[in-house]
Design a protein around this ligand. Structure first.
Ligand code: HEC
Length: 175
C-alpha cells in the first residue's frame, strides 16, 4: 500500500511538471472556443485519445479580460477566450488541443519565429540576442527597426513574440 501511494505521488508530481508548448504553422491556432498563440507554454492535465487537455496560466488585463498574457506587462498573449477563469490578476484556462499541436520540445515550437527573427534582423548588424533587452525596450527597438527589416504582418507577430518570450524579463531561455 505504501509503495502504491508513493508511486502515485511520484506520478502525480511528474505529471504536474510536464511542460508543453503550442506548435502551430499558423501564428494563432483556432479552436472552437479559444484562439491559442504559437509557442505558448502549458501544463498537461490529461491525455484524451488524439488530444490533450492542457492548462494555460498567466495574467489578465482588467481592460481586456478575454486574453491571458504570459506576464504582468500584457505584452505576450497566450490565449484568447471567453472562458478564461480569473482570480484577481491571475488567470487560467484548460483547453483540449490536438496532440499534434503540442510538443515538449521548446526549440521546435519556437523554431520558425526564431528563424525569421535571425533572418530579418541580422542583415545589417550582428545578432542582438533577445536577452539583451527587456520586453518594453524590445517594443521600442523593434518599431524603430521595422521599416528597415520590412517584415510582413505575419512575420511581425513572429518576431515580436520571439523577442518578448526570450527577453530579459521574458518567460523562456533561448534553446
Ligand atoms: C536595413 C538595416 C537594418 C535591419 C534590417 C535591422 N537593423 Fe537594427 N540597426 C540598424 C542600424 C543602422 C543600427 C544602428 C543605428 C541605430 O540604432 O539606428 C541598428 C541598431 C539596432 C539595435 C541596437 C540599438 C541600441 O540602442 O543599442 C538593435 C537592438 C537592433 N538594431 C535590432 C534590430 C531588429 C530587432 C531588427 C529586425 C526587426 C533589425 N535591427 C533590423 C540597421 C538595421
Amino acid at each position: 500500500m505504501k509503495k502504491i501511494i508513493l508511486s502515485l505521488i511520484v506520478a502525480a508530481s511528474a505529471y504536474a511538471s510536464t511542460e508543453l508548448f503550442v506548435k502551430s504553422d499558423e501564428n494563432i491556432l483556432k479552436l472552437k472556443d479559444a484562439n491559442v498563440y504559437f509557442g505558448s507554454p502549458a501544463t498537461l492535465v490529461k491525455e484524451k485519445g488524439k488530444s490533450k487537455v492542457v492548462k494555460f496560466q498567466g495574467f489578465i488585463d482588467p481592460a481586456n479580460p478575454s486574453v491571458i498574457y504570459a506576464t504582468k506587462n500584457y505584452k505576450l498573449p497566450l490565449v484568447e477566450s471567453k472562458d478564461i477563469k480569473a482570480d484577481g490578476e491571475k488567470a487560467s484556462i484548460e483547453l483540449e488541443i490536438p496532440s499534434q499541436n503540442l510538443t515538449a520540445d521548446q526549440a521546435l515550437a519556437w523554431e520558425d519565429s526564431g528563424d525569421i527573427f535571425y533572418d530579418k534582423c541580422t542583415k545589417c548588424h550582428g545578432v542582438h540576442a533577445p536577452k539583451e533587452f527587456d520586453m518594453l525596450s524590445w517594443e521600442g527597438l523593434y518599431f524603430s527597426m521595422k521599416d528597415r527589416a520590412q517584415p510582413t504582418d505575419n512575420q511581425e507577430m513572429q518576431i515580436l513574440r520571439y523577442l518578448y518570450a526570450h527577453a530579459s524579463d521574458g518567460i523562456l531561455d533561448e534553446k
